[in-house]
Design a binder for this molecule. Structure first.
Ligand code: SF4
Length: 311
C-alpha cells in the first residue's frame, strides 16, 4: 500500500496549475497526530502489519510546518512503515526536517513555470543531501525548452532522479494539456536521454509497464487528509479530479472494486493490451483515443515497437 499523507494544505505559493483550491491553500488546519495514529492502526487492523510499503508527505507546503510537529509525525509513522519517508516540497526554504536521516527529499521544480524559481534553484544548489525532482507537465512547462531544462538540472550536483508528472484537470483549474501533449513531451525527453546526468524515472516507468510490472489501478493507494480522513482521488461529474473522502476501509475496498469494474467495462480499456498495467496514475474514463488516454497508450505502443532498452 502506498500512503500519501497531507498534514496540511496550506502553501506559500499560488501556482496556477495546483490541484488545490485557493481556500484549501489558505487553510491552516493540520492533521492531528493522534488522529494519524488512529488511521494507521485502522489500516493495520484491516490489512495486517507491514502493509504500508511507501509513504509520501506533502500538502500544501511541508516547510511551513514546525519541526517538532513533523518529528512527531515521523515517530508515529515509524511504528507502521519502514523509513525513509518521501517528503515533497516546493523548496522555497531550507527547513531543518529535510536533513532528517529518515527523510528523502523530492522537490517540485518546474524551472520558470513556478513562482520564485530562482530562490528554489539557489536552495537546490546549496542543499548538501541527495534529492529528486518532480516536474509537473503543465502548459507552461510544455512551452519551455526541454534541452534548456535538462541543462539546468544537470548543473545540480546532488540531483539523483527526475520524474515528469502528468497534469490532470482538477476542481481548482483546467489547463489546456492533452494526453498527446504529455506523450510528445516525454518522447522529446527520451530523445535527449544521452544528455542527462540523472536517472530519468519516466523511462523506468515505461519499462515496468511494458514488462507488466506496474499496477495501474488505485487499489494500492490511500490518502489521509489534514482533517484526518481517508481519501481517494476521484473525478466529479465534470471529470475534474478531487479528493473524495472515504469513511472507512470497507468503503475504500468497495470503491476500488467499482473503479476496476468500470475500467474493465470501458470499450477502449477492455480491448487494450495494457489494461491494469498502463502508465496511468489514476484512470480517467476513456471516451475517445483521438487525444490519447491517461494510460499513455501512445508512449507504450511506441516503445514496445522500438524494442529499445530503456534502463
Ligand atoms: S492505456 Fe489507455 S486505453 Fe489502455 S488501459 Fe490504459 S487508459 Fe485504458
Amino acid at each position: 500500500m502506498n500512503l500519501s499523507l497531507n498534514p496540511s494544505y496550506r502553501c506559500n505559493f499560488r501556482c496556477s496549475f495546483c490541484y488545490l483550491t485557493k481556500t484549501q491553500l489558505s487553510d491552516p488546519q493540520r492533521l492531528d497526530v493522534k488522529q494519524l495514529e488512529r488511521k494507521l492502526t485502522e489500516i493495520e487492523t484491516f490489512y495486517g502489519h507491514g502493509v504500508i510499503q511507501h509513504v509520501d508527505l506533502y500538502g500544501g507546503e511541508i516547510a511551513l510546518l514546525p519541526e517538532n510537529y513533523l518529528l512527531e509525525i515521523i515517530e508515529v509513522l515509524k511504528g507502521y512503515a519502514r523509513p525513509p519517508f518521501n517528503l515533497i516540497t516546493n523548496f522555497s526554504s531550507l527547513h531543518p526536517i529535510f536533513h532528517h536521516p529518515q527523510i528523502e527529499v523530492s522537490v517540485s521544480f518546474d524551472y520558470m513555470a513556478r513562482e520564485k524559481w530562482q530562490q528554489v534553484f539557489r536552495n537546490l544548489t546549496l542543499f548538501e543531501k541527495s534529492f529528486s525532482i518532480l516536474v509537473l507537465a503543465s502548459r507552461r512547462v510544455l512551452e519551455q525548452s526541454a534541452e534548456e531544462l535538462i541543462e539546468v538540472l544537470n548543473s545540480l550536483s546532488q540531483l539523483v532522479s527526475v520524474e515528469i508528472k502528468p497534469y490532470s484537470v482538477n476542481q481548482a483549474n483546467q489547463d489546456l494539456v492533452s494526453h498527446l501533449d504529455y506523450e510528445r513531451y516525454i518522447l522529446r525527453w527520451m530523445e535527449l536521454r544521452s544528455k542527462m546526468r540523472f536517472h530519468f524515472v519516466n523511462a523506468e516507468k515505461i519499462s515496468r509497464s511494458l514488462a507488466g510490472k506496474y499496477n495501474a489501478f488505485s487499489n494500492d493507494h490511500l490518502y489521509i487528509t489534514p482533517q484526518g480522513h481517508f481519501a481517494v482521488l476521484d473525478f466529479d461529474s465534470q471529470d475534474r479530479e478531487y479528493f473524495r473522502v472515504i469513511q472507512d476501509l470497507t468503503e475504500f475496498q468497495k470503491w476500488c472494486i467499482e473503479e476496476e469494474k468500470k475500467i474493465r467495462a470501458n470499450p477502449f480499456c477492455s480491448r487494450c493490451d495494457f489494461l491494469g498495467g498502463c502508465l496511468t496514475e489514476h484512470y480517467r474514463e476513456v471516451r475517445t483515443l483521438s487525444e490519447g488516454c491517461s494510460g499513455y497508450l501512445g508512449l507504450l505502443q511506441e516503445f514496445r515497437s522500438r524494442r529499445e532498452k530503456l534502463l
